[in-house]
Design a protein around this ligand. Sequence first.
Ligand SMILES: [Zn+2]
Length: 588
Amino acid sequence: GGIGCELLKTLVLSGFSNITVIDMDTIEVSNLNRQFLFRRRHVGQSKAKVAREASLRINPKAKIVAHHANIKEDQFDVDFFKSFDCVLNGLDNLEARRHVNRMALAASVPLVESGTAGYRGQVTVHIKGETECFECQPKPIPKKYPVCTIRNTPDKPIHCIVWAKDLLFPRLFGGEAVGAEAEREDEGKNGGEDEGKDRSDIEVSERAEGQPAVEYGCVVLREVYGDAIARLAAVEDMWKDREPPTPLSSDVIAAGRAIVQGRARGGDDKVPTSASLALGLSDSHATWSAEQSAAVFLMAVEILLDGHADRVGKLGFDKEFPLSVDFVTAASNLRSHCYGIEPKSSFDVKGMAGNIIHAIATTNAIISGLIVLEAQKLLLRGLRQDDDGATLTPWTTFVQHNPTGGRLLQRIKPLPPNPKCYVCSKAQVVMEANTGLMTLGRLVDDVLRKALAFAEPTVTVGSTMHYECGDDLEEDERERYDALRKRSLGDLPGDPIGHGSLVQVEDFSQEMSVELLVCHREPREGEDPDFFEVKGEVKGQDGGRGGEDEPEGEGDSDSDDLCVVEEAVGEKRKGAGQEEPAKRQRAS
Ligand SMILES: [Zn+2]
């Protein structure tokens, strides 16, 4: 993806000549604005294969093997990993990062891990026994939203806010909508090929000559919230598992227009700074009715188009620009209204819209350069054993959003392995659960696979094997394990799992094993009766605070998903450059 393209280019330009590339994705139009090895004609093809061909044009002598495949497949086993001098990650999800971390540990191959989030980025080197592994420190998980959710099937307020801010606002007042640039580039040449596919832009009429802005606003409301939603609702396939949206009624639009036209005007002809204030909606914590949202929408359209005519076409969302906050609040709430989603106050929208992060190609390029520097040092370490090591020290490097003292990059020495890490230090994992209620199936699926990131766990207590999985199981074994999955832990035959049980969990694909100490307890008041708590796991599986501190866990660049850093609305955004290293040292 975003890092991968930059990385492969920089590797071949730096003289690396034996490279294997793995990527399961195919190229999409929306990748083209930052994944520079790809062109419009490659859309739909394997990223790994096209990237290989493009890199071979840069250095025809390089030996590059491309796999259009998932890194978690069996073909990429520990022996496969052992065949490399180092592994360079440009991944976009935590699950794959954890898997590669384990494979690299099992194969004793150094891993250079990377991630970017907007202007921030991070490169870390993981060397078994020498530096911490990827899972030695807890990783927060950012919230991400697929682009099709934003465009067609929102089910949360944030989806509608992203749509209003990144698609509708730029369409009406800015230059290009986000992601639309690449889309338009070749449109003329291709004569409408791929029509209707992956369309970034919102279809809306242009304002007619001399048309009053409020009337034009009504046209936009009818087209975007009426006609377009009605067309979408008619696509039956899309609504098999969810409620279709309801087009905005013309009554709401008419009521909004009436509010705008009936407003009390000030004595002077100054352009109002805020649409909501001009309409007397002064409580920023209040949520507006659909009619009020329609009114603010129309009012904001009028003020922006007529009062800021010189800036139209160049405007971008700015959370300090009240008109853009008003517009995005009204536009997102109207969309929420159509989709049956709760509305948000302008105060909330301001906070949520201000924290949306987009991939930045330059950050990917800087990070890729740093990855190659670390890779070069790793290879030289193998060749120059007599070196005093000083010049070949691996570094964890941060690309900072707000450079301190003129320094864009901040580096720290990698931390040593965490003795409490169950992945690289074989520390025991403690699980609290209600063993009378928790089934073996839940233990395997939710604790071992999800929370502890095992791929193919086997479960043994004492001399009893309670569970194993894999393609090579006999039919009767499979049936036996399926039956056991439904039993509670305390009810398992042979050696049941209860308070104080030591469960051996082994994963042959990851060459990893863990000892799980089970502590039975009854649920606390208000707690899910089938709760579990794992100590020693990577925190944040169920969400939690966004990934502001550790870009490592993110990797927005590789997907077209939008990464949203959520924080308490109104909380001061932290921007001090020294922050990341300081925080990590404290954590140690
Ligand atoms: Zn570790």
